[in-house]
Ligand binder design. Structure first.
Ligand SMILES: Cc1cc2nc3c(=O)[nH]c(=O)nc-3n(C[C@H](O)[C@H](O)[C@H](O)COP(=O)(O)O)c2cc1C
Length: 247
């Protein structure tokens, strides 16, 4: 027999009535932003963020979201480093790396690369290192940081988590590394070989082990639109400001 339907209003302090808060299991799967940063005084940092997404692909822009750190009672080290240095690197997190990804979620004051024996590779344009074994890494400069304030924090109306203010860190993708072993003979990224992991709710994760294809319907005269959507449009950026000066 199925359970009764549920409606609840979190901002009124109502819960689902289920034994575990189901919210995180609805917007799924969330890809992992495995983010490396370097503090102003030179200490490297690596942490996973499942509140992570593309903002745009034209130009390539991504975001991740750091909540307040319950242990350190301030923003995550990753966010603090982004505020101080304006730089971060996104690394693809794969099924083979899952234990290390989880390890780096530990609250620590140390360099997680060193603490968990994760190999670094130098970046070209920014100071934070890459995860050497990740199939893909993006070198990013911070575009902006937006604070989503939890205005109910402290009034016991915000649910049980009390993670408080969240910082949306938006980054421009300045440089993209792709390991050749993950490029198929016909020039596609081999997603099944990479097997990226993603976060679900509770303690659940998933990884990509199948793909299917569909083509977005377009109007007959939408040549450029179709090319853009399929990723085959090249654009002339010779006038664009050169932001790729080395660090
Ligand atoms: C798979 C996974 C996903 C996570 N996603 C987030 C997230 O989206 N936002 C966040 O603030 N913390 C998230 N965490 C917790 C942080 O990774 C953890 O607090 C970490 O210690 C933060 O490191 P930092 O203080 O060095 O930045 C996640 C942890 C794991 C294991």
């Amino acid at each position: 027999m199925s359970q009764p339907d549920i409606f609840y209003q979190p901002l009124k302090g109502e819960s689902s009535g289920l034994p575990h808060d189901p919210f995180k299991s609805f917007v799924i799967p969330r890809p992992i932003g495995w983010i490396s940063t370097t503090s102003q005084d030179g200490k490297d940092n690596l942490a996973p963020f499942s509140q992570f997404q593309n903002v745009s692909f034209d130009p390539p822009t991504i975001l991740f979201i750091g909540h307040q750190d319950l242990y350190k009672k301030r923003s995550r080290d990753t966010v603090m480093n982004c505020i101080e240095t304006n730089e971060f690197v996104w690394n693809m997190a794969t099924y083979d790396q899952r234990e290390n990804v989880n390890d780096t979620g530990k609250e620590t004051w140390e360099d997680e690369f060193q603490e968990f024996n994760i190999k670094k590779a130098p970046s070209r344009l920014v100071r934070p290192p890459r995860v050497a074994d990740s199939p893909v890494s993006f070198e990013c400069r911070v575009h902006s940081i937006i604070r989503v304030s939890n205005e109910f924090h402290g009034k016991k109306t915000a649910g049980p988590h009390m993670v408080g203010n969240s910082d949306i860190v938006i980054g421009r993708v300045m440089g993209i590394h792709v390991k050749g072993e993950y490029i198929t003979p016909d020039g596609l990224f081999d997603v099944l070989k990479a097997a990226p992991i993603a976060r679900l709710g509770y303690r659940q994760y998933t990884y990509i082990d199948n793909v299917f294809e569909m083509t977005i319907p377009t109007m007959p005269d939408e040549g450029d639109v179709a090319a853009t959507l399929s990723g085959s449009l090249t654009y002339d950026d010779s006038e664009a400001e050169d932001e790729t000066e080395s660090k």
